[in-house]
Structures are given as structure tokens and as C-alpha cells.
Design a protein around this ligand. Structure first.
Ligand code: ATP
Ligand code: ATP
Ligand code: MG
Ligand code: MG
Ligand code: MG
Ligand code: MG
Length: 271
């Protein structure tokens, strides 16, 4: 099989090996989910079942890739953080992005059939996801990355909640609701929801306001004793660490990840 005269074509291939010792962040995002969600008649602003499909797919990603230490998602996107010294696929970018996009797409379709069997997927409208890798040099920037996504979730959810209340309960067309919201601040949207619809936005479900964070949990003592937080490890220690990661509990949170508390309580996530 090897060494045919055609093999030189292989030399045209180029690999981008992502920088060593940096955090790799992979974000997947649904392709055309604005239309996808309309086609499958998602409840607006938040379809609980569709979010459950996203969250179960992400949880399964954590089980299949022990190098993911934490992930965060809302709407049709999920961000996966790989630990700094991860050697998955020799850190080849195209292998990582294509594998994450295709695995997530496959899992989404699997869980869709489980969670929403009453809405069969049709072949012309299958859910697919793109993926990109970003490399971050230090923990503080990684924290800012996750802050950025959660702030985005908050802004979008407040907008969408107000928009859909105006349309579904306020008798406006989508165009009218859009115009009504031009130039409004967060406080204006809270006020519209409260005075027109007696809705206190703060009482909306945490899963919608804060998105979903899934992480591996250890006790801090276990993490330190098990070497989870050391830089230099022997081969045997590495194998033990890998085993621990596979066995660790995977826990789902709908909580604030903008403040330091969440991260300070779980120092192993950013080691
Ligand atoms: P692109 O292919 O560029 O990502 P897109 O149509 O997917 O385009 P996004 O910015 O990713 O655009 O937005 C995703 C859209 O999917 C949201 O605007 C929202 O309307 C819809 N959506 C995703 N999940 C849900 C959900 N659980 N409930 C209701 N709507 C949802
Ligand atoms: P990688 O993840 O690196 O691609 P791999 O195990 O997929 O690893 P490949 O070089 O892609 O390795 O080889 C695919 C293997 O899958 C083949 O060696 C063959 O054994 C098996 N395979 C694929 N399709 C078929 C098929 N239709 N019938 C039998 N075996 C198959
Ligand atoms: Mg987009
Ligand atoms: Mg999308
Ligand atoms: Mg999106
Ligand atoms: Mg293969």
C-alpha cells in the first residue's frame, strides 16, 4: 500500500500545530439555527427541549474527551476548554475543529431523537455545527473569554425575552417589536417586561439567564494530591491523571461565571 509514486501529493498537506502550553478553546455553533428553530417550531424565546439536546450533547462530549475541563453554552453554541497540556491529536488544529464539529453534530442528532421524538428530523434540514479553535496564553484571558460568552447570553436573553413578550403577549408584529426596542437600555427592557406584562426578569429561569456550565469536579484536596495541578509529570503520573479525569464527576451548573467565585472554587479547571 505504501510508497506508490503518487505519494508525493501528501507533501502538499500542511498542519497547524497549536502552540504548546496554551489553552485551546473550541467553540461550536449551529449552522443557520435562526431558520432551523423556525422550521422545527421552537418555543420562543427559549425552547427548553432544544436546550436540553444541546446540554446532553455537551455532557457527552465531556465524557468522550477527558481533556475538556469545562464547557459553557447557550442558544446554539458551546465553548469547550481543553487543558493546557492536552496532547489530543498532537494539537493539530484541523483534526480538532473537524472532530469537534462532526462529533457534536452527531450527538445533537442522537439526543434530538431521544428528547424530541415527536419532531422527526428531515434530511433537507439536519442540524450541523461549525467549529473553530482559539489559543489563549493565560488563565485570566480564558476567564475573560467565558465572561464574554455569559455577558452575550445575558444581553441576548433579555432582548429575546422582551421581544417575544411584545410579539406573543403585546400584539405587536415582529417589525414593530424590533422598532420598539431600538435604542433601549437593559433597564428599559426590565421596565417594559414589568409594567406591561408583570414579569420580573430576575425571576426567569437561571438556565436561560446564565446559560449552562459543565465541569469536571474533584475535591481541591484530590486535585492537589492527584497531581492535577502540577506542570511536570512522569509518564505514570500522566496515566493516573488521565484515569482520574475519566472517572471524575461531570456536573451541570446554571450559575455566574463572571465573578471569580466559580473559578476560585475550582482551581483545577484552569491548570
Ligand atoms: P449562523 O449559521 O451564522 O450561526 P444562525 O442562524 O445559527 O446563523 P446564531 O447567531 O447562531 O445564528 O443564532 C442562533 C439562533 O437560533 C438564535 O437567534 C435563536 O433564534 C435560535 N435558537 C437557538 N437555540 C434556541 C432555543 N433553545 N430556543 C429558541 N431559539 C433558539
Ligand atoms: P484516524 O482517526 O486517524 O482516521 P482510523 O482508524 O479511522 O484512524 P484510517 O487510516 O482512516 O484509520 O483507516 C480506516 C480504517 O477503517 C481502515 O483501515 C479499515 O480497516 C476500516 N474501514 C473503513 N471503511 C471500511 C469498510 N467499508 N469495510 C471494512 N473496513 C473499513
Ligand atoms: Mg453567527
Ligand atoms: Mg448559529
Ligand atoms: Mg449562535
Ligand atoms: Mg479514519
Amino acid at each position: 500500500m505504501a510508497n506508490s509514486k503518487y505519494e508525493y501529493v501528501k507533501n502538499f498537506e500542511r498542519e497547524n500545530h497549536l502552540l504548546p502550553s496554551c489553552y485551546i478553546l473550541i467553540r461550536v455553533d449551529g449552522r443557520g439555527f435562526h431558520k432551523f428553530s423556525a422550521h422545527y417550531e421552537f418555543a420562543k424565546p427559549n425552547d427548553a427541549a432544544a436546550l436540553q439536546v444541546m446540554n446532553q450533547a455537551a455532557e457527552q462530549m465531556m465524557r468522550q474527551f477527558p481533556d475538556i475541563s469545562v464547557c459553557y453554552g447557550d442558544s446554539d453554541e458551546y465553548s469547550f476548554l481543553l487543558r493546557r497540556n492536552c496532547e489530543l491529536f498532537e494539537r493539530r488544529e484541523s483534526k480538532l475543529t473537524s472532530t469537534f464539529a462532526s462529533t457534536f453534530s452527531a450527538l445533537y442528532q442522537f439526543y434530538w431523537r431521544e428528547v424530541i421524538p415527536e419532531k422527526p428530523l428531515t434530511v433537507e434540514r439536519l442540524p450541523t455545527f461549525d467549529a473553530r479553535c482559539v489559543v489563549y496564553p493565560n488563565a485570566e484571558i480564558v476567564r475573560d473569554y467565558f465572561r464574554w460568552r455569559q455577558v452575550d447570553c445575558h444581553i441576548n436573553n433579555l432582548y429575546n425575552t422582551t421581544f417575544w413578550y411584545l410579539v406573543l403577549h403585546g400584539g405587536m408584529t415582529t417589525k414593530e417589536a424590533e422598532n420598539r426596542l431600538i435604542g433601549t437600555l437593559a433597564s428599559d427592557k426590565h421596565e417594559i417586561l414589568f409594567s406591561q406584562f408583570q414579569l420580573n426578569y430576575n425571576n426567569e429561569p437561571e438556565a436561560y439567564k446564565k446559560g449552562t456550565t459543565i465541569c469536571r469536579e474533584y475535591s481541591v484536596v484530590d486535585a492537589i494530591e492527584g497531581g492535577m495541578m502540577k506542570m511536570e509529570l512522569s509518564e505514570r503520573q500522566k496515566q493516573r491523571e488521565e484515569k482520574k479525569r475519566k472517572k471524575a464527576k461531570v456536573v451541570v451548573h446554571h450559575t455566574d461565571i463572571i465573578n471569580d467565585k466559580f473559578w476560585n472554587e475550582r482551581p483545577w479547571l484552569l491548570q
